[in-house]
Design a protein around this ligand. Sequence first.
Ligand SMILES: [Zn+2]
Length: 166
Amino acid sequence: MNDPMTPEQVRAEVTAEFVAWLVKKAREHRVKGPQYAKQADVIVRLADKVQRGAVRPNNLLSLPPQGGPEDIPALRAELDQLRKDLESYEVLNPQQCPAGKHADWLVDSEHTHTCPWCELEARPSRTKVLREAAELGRELSRQGYSAQEIAKRLDRMADEAGAATP
Ligand SMILES: [Zn+2]
């Protein structure tokens, strides 16, 4: 990358990047639910306009038709402004199941969260837990513990399990 980019190349790159980003935003809104369909449509129209060059930096910034290297800071500033205008759409981000098995879900930050459906699956079923409790109760009863003592012991085990897994 020794050759400096021409303003046209910078413009093409910035446009492609921005269009891709808009398309992603539109898709995220679509995922959020029907109440966001209108916003998604607006973003899609905007992406289309940008792609077709309907939003020419020259139109917006009254730059000379061919532009020069001096256009680049203005283009960057324009992109920053467009990004800022769309910041309100940045509230929720879709997350994908790392196992690729479950529906996407939304979180209110860029941080990756573990898949809630995978977490649910990893939990033992209620049936299994109750069978284990019954088995433990029988075992403790054989060892001579009273029903009250067994209940107390199960409570303590539940407390410990609760402290280990929130
Ligand atoms: Zn999952």
